[in-house]
Design a protein around this ligand. Structure first.
Ligand code: FMN
Length: 312
């Protein structure tokens, strides 16, 4: 498959594995890139040393391009940017803050910059400032989310910018990729589908929870206080949402969620940790290898694209 994204990143298929804090490491990113997609190591919450090691892990698996996600609000953000520049990974995705001040440094190191964007205004701004591509992420996605849906973002952002747009949020199989391409996107980014992959290092309890979950099983915590996070309902989210309804203070609510994004994937506690995941869960029926995931998505996307010819 050839799109502006495959050309930009020099990859075979227009599929990025979205960064997932505490979930996507060098092993997962390497496996996705080896399978022809683009794997992303999540640096959020991690040390610069950990990132260096994971870049080596990915390079031991594949010589194909992979990237790193930089959490701009992290205290060690500048250190992480330095590691990314020294290692000269193919691209950096940037979220949770203003990415523009980092463009020049990353570009000088030969790293493509791909900010994650929640609305048209910011999309135009990063495109004007020289982003190589951008990711729009709808509120169907797992993890931290914005306010707009994937369809509303595709409809409104894609016609407004001249750089490749990657679509994320609720895409988990081939028809989603086909739909994004039909909307004018250059590719997709998927997180949850790769969480439930063989090569993902997350605890089996968390991966199993994703496989067992269905369409209505996710909830959003933190929406009232401007840091909405989507994941699978459990005892922790029940407690959080009940207290939120009672009007408990932000500080008290924060105590319930702190550390939970690590607790599920690392320790395997899927009741008091948070299995962050997107809404498209019913189609994730088992734990597949990254190669199986990518191959089936590409095949199904081609079938879907061929199928729509009949309407012309
Ligand atoms: C467990 C989890 C952790 C995530 N962590 C990050 C992160 O650290 N940085 C980031 O930019 N996006 C993060 N995301 C968002 C993903 O990169 C991706 O955009 C999202 O999963 C796409 O929606 P989907 O889950 O429906 O595929 C995370 C998503 C999940 C499921």
């Amino acid at each position: 498959m050839k799109t502006k994204l495959t050309e930009l990143l020099n990859i075979q298929y227009p599929i990025i594995q979205g960064a997932m804090a505490w979930v996507s490491d060098g092993k997962l990113a390497g496996a996705v890139s080896a399978a022809g997609g683009a794997g992303t190591i999540a640096a959020g919450g991690r040390s610069a040393q950990w990132l260096k090691e994971q870049i080596e892990v990915a390079r031991s698996i594949t010589d194909k391009p992979f990237g790193v996600n930089i959490m701009l609000m992290a205290d060690n953000c500048d250190e992480i940017v330095d590691v990314v520049c020294e290692a000269k990974v193919a691209y950096a995705t940037l979220g949770a803050g203003n990415p523009v001040p980092y463009f020049e440094k990353l570009h000088n190191a030969g790293v493509k910059v791909i900010p994650v964007i929640p609305n048209v205004k910011l999309a135009k701004r990063v495109a004007d400032k020289g982003a190589d591509a951008l990711i729009i992420e709808g509120m169907e996605a797992g993890g931290h989310i914005g306010k707009l849906t994937t369809m509303a973002l595709m409809t409104q952002v894609i016609p407004e910018v001249n750089i490749p747009v990657v679509v994320a949020g609720g895409i988990a199989e081939g028809r989603g990729l086909a739909a994004a391409l039909v909307m004018g996107a250059a590719g997709v980014q998927m997180g949850t589908r790769f969480y439930a992959s063989e090569e993902c290092s997350a605890h089996i309890n968390a991966k199993t929870r994703i496989v067992e979950a269905t369409d209505t099983d996710t909830v959003v915590t933190g929406a009232l206080h401007g840091h909405a996070v989507r994941g699978i309902q459990n005892q922790m989210t029940n407690k959080y949402l009940a207290l939120e309804k009672e009007g408990v203070s932000e500080g008290e609510l924060e105590k319930i969620v702190v550390g939970t994004s690590r607790k599920a994937p690392v320790e395997g506690d899927v009741e008091w940790g948070f299995v962050q995941a997107g809404q498209s869960l019913t189609v994730i029926k088992k734990i597949d290898t990254c190669d199986e995931i990518i191959t089936s998505i590409v095949e199904d996307a081609k079938k879907a694209l061929n199928g729509v010819q009949q309407y012309i």
